[in-house]
Design a protein. Structure first.
Ligand SMILES: *Cc1c(COP(=O)(O)O)cnc(C)c1O
Length: 453
């Protein structure tokens, strides 16, 4: 508005790219329960994880240091897109007639269009430094696979990706983007692994799941000395790498004299939500601000709101350590909603632990409400959001509408963690009225929870 002198785009100088990642473990009253060895059920030690991950991450996973130094070689690559802009969604506010002030941290400006390179780059860097030749991984919507393929190309590593079949078919351009960066891409389940072949034998038309794709990537990494596995979410070190989002947002909001009343983000495995919220949570725990922090998950894959807090496998085949997390069961295959990145049966153990401690809240939303929010956002702010952050936007819009009723001028902060340029088929479904909301019957959840280890 002409009479509003405030800023719309809040940018930071390149020199302000964070020098340290924030490790929230240092500020929790107790650490989360440890991962357990799937055979012995004893806590896993560094030796158990060494075949899969470089030592730097195994150390970062359990570190009690509050801050971890970001290597200069990583910051140099971060400079390609960081610091990312924090944008005030004035036109969305006006469309909603809300007195709330809505800010979104936009991660879609990264080379691959999401927050994922914030962790893909350090992961490829540490692996390359340790002499690893190849990384394997899974990808749901294709964003993580693109990010790792990009990061591997930066450091000269080979990259092999198992892409969930449903996305492989729906999103050919993500697949081609990975190949452009030089990666090999398999549709998962694939016949090239034992885990994939077994699932194909039972169900040749399996749409796949992140759990299945993880089994395949882990199997291949475990079977070769020069190969390691990279995970794009869920693990502590991944969440820690993403805290650059929140550190920047904290500084950006402070520069315009704002503190958030609500922080809202979408959760698949939890990394963008953690990345945005942890630095603010640090400030909250220190008594310097008191935002409500809220996770939004898809109603079709509601691990926080309908899952059980229990030890479960991270993958479908049961190769990974047992993780204590909110889970729908490791062989739960969610309906094929368009937010592929939110179709994971579990949740980051660190976030699950923090949820149990009451440090944030969670809600679930059906996909049509989310796409409605995404379309309104595109028509007001101009950016077409990825299907995943439409969940965060739906959460932000819901609160802003409440503010319109109560007259409260709340400050709402959200992460627009990716753009949707490769997701136009999903928008096609929505715009043509063909998108469905899936009902998730309690029996289906009970059935897969009945198979918890
Ligand atoms: C991967 C991805 C997600 C889900 O993963 P989190 O670890 O929960 O962040 C959400 N949004 C986008 C754009 C993604 O690429």
């Amino acid at each position: 508005m002409a009479d509003d002198p405030g800023r719309t785009k809040i940018l930071l100088d390149e020199s302000r790219i964070p020098r340290r990642w924030y490790n929230v473990l240092a500020d929790l009253p107790a650490p989360p329960p440890p991962p357990l060895h799937p055979g012995t059920r004893e806590p896993v030690g560094p030796d158990d994880l060494a075949p899969l991950f470089p030592m730097d991450f195994i150390e970062q996973e359990v570190s009690a240091e509050r801050y971890l130094e970001i290597p200069e070689e990583v910051r140099e690559v971060y400079r390609l897109w960081q610091p990312t802009p924090l944008i005030r969604a004035r036109r969305l506010e006006r469309a909603l007639g809300t007195p709330a002030r809505i800010y979104f941290k936009y991660e879609g400006v990264s080379p691959v269009g999401s927050h994922k390179p914030n962790t893909a780059v350090p992961q490829a860097f540490y692996n390359a430094r340790q002499g690893v030749r190849r990384l394997t991984t899974e990808t749901g919507a294709g964003q993580w696979g693109s990010a790792l393929a990009f990061a591997c190309s930066v450091y000269g590593l080979e990259c092999e990706v198992w892409m969930v079949r449903a996305s492989y078919d729906q999103k050919p351009y993500r697949r081609l983007m990975m190949r452009t960066y030089g990666a090999r891409v398999h549709a998962s389940p694939s016949p090239v692994t034992t885990a994939g072949a077994k699932i194909l034998a039972d169900d040749p038309d399996s749409p796949g799941s992140l759990g299945i794709a993880i089994s395949e990537a882990v199997e291949v990494a475990g079977g070769a000395d020069d190969t390691r596995y990279a995970l794009g979410s869920v693990l502590n070190h991944v969440l820690t790498h993403q805290t650059v989002i929140g550190e920047e947002a904290l500084e950006q909001l402070a520069s315009v004299g704002e503190t958030p009343d609500l922080i809202v983000g979408c959760t698949g495995g939890g990394s963008n939500f953690a990345g945005l919220s942890f630095p603010f949570l640090r400030e909250k725990l220190a008594g310097r601000m008191s935002p409500v922090i809220r996770a939004v998950e898809p109603a079709a894959c509601p691990s926080f709101t309908r899952g059980r807090y229990a030890y479960d496998f991270g993958d479908a085949a049961g190769f990974t350590p047992l993780l204590k997390m909110h889970t729908l069961g490791h062989d739960f295959v969610p309906d094929p909603i368009h937010a592929g990145g939110l179709r994971y049966h579990g949740m980051a153990p660190l976030l699950s632990h923090m949820y149990e401690l009451g440090l944030f809240e969670a809600v679930a939303k059906p996909q049509r409400e989310c796409f409605e929010a995404g379309v309104l956002f595109a028509r007001t702010e101009g950016i077409v959001p990825a299907p995943e952050p439409t969940h965060a936007l739906a959460g932000a819009i819901e609160e802003a509408r409440r503010c319109a009723e109560t007259g409260e001028p709340k400050v709402i902060l959200t992460a627009l963690c990716g753009h949707g340029h490769f997701d136009m088929a999903a928008y096609d479904r929505y715009l043509s009225g063909e998108m469905e909301d899936f009902d998730l019957p309690q029996e289906r959840i009970e059935r897969s929870l009945g198979r918890l280890p």
